[in-house]
Design a protein around this ligand. Structure first.
Ligand code: FEO
Length: 402
C-alpha cells in the first residue's frame, strides 16, 4: 500500500491538462544488461486531456505495470482515445498490451516502422495501430498532436510529438537522462548535466549525424517544455538544447582518453609515463582502468576527446579481453575523436596492434604510430612515448584546440 501511495505522487501536471504519469525506478542498476545506471531511471509517460479526446504518450517498462496503472487510475482516467507510441522499445511500450486490454477503444498512433516493431516485439494486433505521417496532426479539442518522424534517434521507429497550444515537445529518448528523481522538472542543471551527458554518450552518440538534422527541425519549434522519456522535464529547454548542440558538433577538445588494462604493471608503467608527458604538454588526460572502470564514465569521456590511446598487454596472442570490450564499445559508440594509437607490452609475440586497430573500423581516425614493446619499458621505449605525446600535441594544435 505504501509503495502505491508513493507512485501516486508521480502523477503531476506539467501544464494545463498535460500530466506526467510515468514511473520512477529508483534502484535499477543496469540497462540492456550493458549500461550502468548509477542514478536509477524513470519511464516517463504523459496524459494529454483535450476537450474531446484524451491521449496517452508512451507507457512503461513491463516490470512497472502495476505502478503505472495505479498512476492512471489516480488521475481518474475514464477513457483513452489514443496511445501515442513515440518509440517501440519495451521500456516505453512494455505496458502497452495491458493498456490496450483495459482501454479497448484506444487506438495506437505510431510511425510505419513503429507499427512493424510493435507487431513483432509485443504482438500488438495491427488493426489497433494507426500509422501517422510525418507532420500529420490530430486534434484533441483545444490541443493538437503533431508528429515529427525522427528515425535513428536511436531506433528507426522513433518519432517526437509536439503540442503547439502548450508548446510541449514529447521528445522520446532524445534529451533524456537515466536519472531517478522526485522532481517533475529539472531542479538543478549542474546536477543533471552529467546524467544527461552519460545518456547521450551511451545511447545517442552513434546517431550524432541524424540528431543534427532533427535538431535543425526542432529549432524551428516554439518550445516551453521538453518532456523526454527518461528523467525530469525541461522547463527551460535551452539548457539541454545547448548541451546537445555542443555534444553533436564536430568540435573536439584538447583531451586524450586512455582506456587501459595491465596484468603485471608493464603496460601501466607506459600509461603512467604517457599521462605525465601529456600533462606536461598542457593536454587533459583521462585514463580508465577497464579492469574496474565505470563504462559510462568512459563513454562520457569519449564525447569530446580529440585522441584515444588504447593501452593493453598481449594475452596469449591478442589484446586483453577487457580492452577488446572497451575497443568494441568505442567502435559502436562512434565518438568524434580524430586520432588514436595503441601502446602496451607483450611477452613473446602476437598481433595485438593489428587486432585492436581492426576492432575500431567505425572510427574516422588517423592512426599515430603505436608503441608496442617487449617487456618492461626503458630508455628508447620511453622516448617513443615522448614521440607519441609530441605527435598528439602537434595534431591538437593542427585541430586548433591546443
Ligand atoms: Fe528508453 Fe530506446 O528506450
Amino acid at each position: 500500500m505504501y509503495a502505491k501511495d508513493m507512485s501516486a505522487m508521480t502523477v503531476r501536471e506539467i501544464t494545463d491538462n498535460i500530466f506526467a504519469v510515468g514511473v520512477i525506478d529508483w534502484h535499477r542498476a543496469v540497462f540492456d544488461e550493458l549500461i550502468p545506471l548509477p542514478d536509477g531511471t524513470t519511464y516517463n509517460a504523459y496524459v494529454i486531456r483535450g476537450a474531446e479526446k484524451t491521449a496517452l504518450v508512451d507507457t512503461s517498462d513491463p516490470g512497472k505495470e502495476e505502478e503505472f496503472i495505479t498512476n492512471l487510475m489516480r488521475l481518474g482516467i475514464g477513457s483513452i482515445d489514443y496511445v501515442v507510441v513515440n518509440h517501440a522499445e519495451q521500456d516505453h511500450s512494455g505496458a502497452l498490451p495491458l493498456i490496450l486490454e483495459l482501454f479497448p477503444m484506444a487506438t495506437v498512433l505510431a510511425t510505419p516502422k513503429g507499427r512493424e516493431l510493435l507487431t513483432y516485439l509485443l504482438q500488438v494486433p495491427g488493426e489497433r495501430i494507426r500509422v501517422v505521417d510525418d507532420g500529420e496532426t490530430i486534434p484533441l479539442g483545444g490541443k493538437t498532436l503533431e508528429f515529427l518522424h525522427a528515425p535513428w534517434v536511436h531506433w528507426p521507429d522513433t518519432m517526437l510529438t509536439y503540442v503547439p497550444e502548450d508548446r510541449v515537445l514529447f521528445s522520446c529518448d532524445l534529451f533524456g537522462a537515466h536519472y531517478a528523481t522526485s522532481d517533475l522538472f529539472v531542479a538543478d542543471e549542474r546536477v543533471l548535466y552529467e546524467p544527461a551527458k552519460r545518456y547521450y554518450a551511451e545511447i545517442m552518440m552513434p546517431f550524432r549525424n541524424s540528431i543534427k538534422k532533427h535538431m535543425e527541425r526542432i529549432s524551428g519549434l516554439d518550445i516551453s517544455f521538453i518532456a523526454p522519456s527518461h528523467g525530469p522535464v525541461h522547463a527551460d529547454p535551452s539548457f539541454i538544447l545547448d548541451a546537445y548542440r555542443d555534444w553533436i558538433s564536430d568540435n573536439v577538445k584538447n583531451e586524450v582518453v586512455v582506456p587501459y588494462v595491465s596484468m603485471h604493471g608493464s603496460t601501466e608503467k607506459m600509461v603512467d609515463y604517457l599521462v605525465e608527458a601529456l600533462m606536461e604538454r598542457g593536454i587533459t588526460v583521462r585514463p580508465f582502468n577497464t579492469g574496474n572502470a565505470d563504462i559510462g564514465k568512459l563513454a562520457m569521456a569519449l564525447v569530446d576527446a580529440a585522441t584515444i590511446v588504447i593501452a593493453t598487454p598481449t594475452v596469449l596472442f591478442g589484446p586483453h579481453p577487457k580492452i577488446a570490450y572497451a575497443a568494441f564499445l568505442a567502435n559502436i559508440l562512434k565518438p568524434k575523436a580524430r586520432s588514436a594509437t595503441v601502446i602496451g607490452s607483450f611477452g613473446w609475440g602476437g598481433k595485438t596492434v593489428q587486432d585492436i586497430t581492426g576492432m575500431v573500423g567505425n572510427l574516422k581516425i588517423d592512426l599515430i604510430e603505436p608503441v608496442y614493446i617487449r617487456g618492461l619499458a626503458s630508455g628508447d621505449d620511453l622516448r617513443e612515448l615522448d614521440r607519441v605525446a609530441d605527435e598528439i600535441l602537434r595534431r591538437h594544435r593542427e585541430y586548433g584546440i591546443a
